[in-house]
Design a protein around this ligand. Sequence first.
Ligand code: FUL
Length: 504
Amino acid sequence: MSTPQTRLGPRSFLLAAGALAAAFTAAISVSGAAHTVEAPQPYGALPTERQLRWEEMEFNAFLHFTVNTFTDREWGNGDEDPSLFNPTDFQPDAIASALAAAGVKGVILTAKHHDGFCLWPTKTTDHSIARSSWRDGKGDVVRDISEAALRHGLAFGVYLSPWDRNSALYGKPEYIQMYRAQLRELLTGYGPIFEVWHDGANGGDGYYGGANEKRAIDRRTYYEWPATWNLIRQLQPGAVIFSDVGPDIRWVGNEKGMAAETSWATYDPVGEDGGAAAPGYVRAELNQTGQRNASHWLPAECDVSIRPGWFWHESENGKVKTPSELFDLYTKCVGRGGNLLLNVPPDRRGQLGEADVRTLRAFGALLKTAFRKNLALEAQFSASNVRGGSASYSPSKLVDGDRYTYWATDDDVTTPELTVDFKHDVTFNLLRLRENIKLGQRIEEFAFDSWERGQWREIARASSIGACRMISLDQPVTTRKLRLRITKSPVAVALSELGVYQKP
Ligand code: FUL
């Protein structure tokens, strides 16, 4: 008896081969399709979820407001009479609305500055708003600002100065308990907190409950920071913690509102003596640049005031920064991978000054106009390499408005080029790039060229990219074609945005 196989004639074989071929073609098109090309491996230190949310904010505001507003000082001594705090016409909604108009995403209030005066009715000390004449001691500025922020779509954060020049306990272990109790009140009583801010000014002269002396503390050990940060994690797991050394966000190392030209998001802070670092005890010059290939994702926040001082002073009413000065800072901070924290101090009425509000509104309008139209949206891209030839990693991802979809190259292609053909002449003076930072900070150097008189001319060259890199050109460029060259990267690229803009 013959077996079934031996009964197959030549015609059946052809049919089978055809079916096999069809199956094979299907397999090819599946493997060429989006999901089967493996994503690049992440590189180096990576941001946490809470850091990603913070990176997406880019621009936040600071409100410095306390007894100093009424004494015309920058640092109160701690012996101020609480009744001094008495805003005549506090308007939290007007403040929040002016900040929102500027494009701010979150607002951080000085709940307590170095003078120790608490802007909420704390149970930890009677040096607070409860003893002020304002609203017969029944007011709560933390509550009012946090609620106004919510109404205007802004996230809310708190600044709680570790240094307290009022407290008799400062310098003793008991003060740390008091500081943590204050944090507990702030982090449990006022809704979600997006950022907790610890400044680095620590110890020195003060009132200290009447002792009027100098109290030095060891900035590395006194505050037992890790335990305090754990408490914050427990109470507000979504909040990022800012200080000179993180653990989530690092101070940029200056108060000018700008990061260094090359500023890495990765950083391992170094103490003044070259050993362990702590808030108030760090090599600030390194904070400006971060470090390539450090072991922590620790992006920079650039704090700066819209006026010379952090608090409101009548004498500085004519010294408010202009919208174009703010735009310049924005490109040197947000455009170097940092977040801008712009301080706008309320005055003795409890409102922002007229000039400050004008600047905020004009700056917001300037931002909107500058980024209204990405000229690359209608351009045609051609890349020297696309990962696995897959549509999932095509350069079209650079203009889809999503920070986490990206143009990627094959693993062995680390210096690709991308040509952007606008199909007609366009004029621009501002370029923006983003990496998909979920895969780390990858690219080390890149350059842009414009097509002029039949050849490429280099118009910019820079280094770190990360969450955002802006290139502001001194002269506008008019061209039909732009080329991006990645000139140094240890691994395949994962770029998520290319923006080409004409700022007015
Ligand atoms: C510093 C403080 O000493 C200033 O008064 C201000 O609050 C600034 C933002 O942080 O450490």
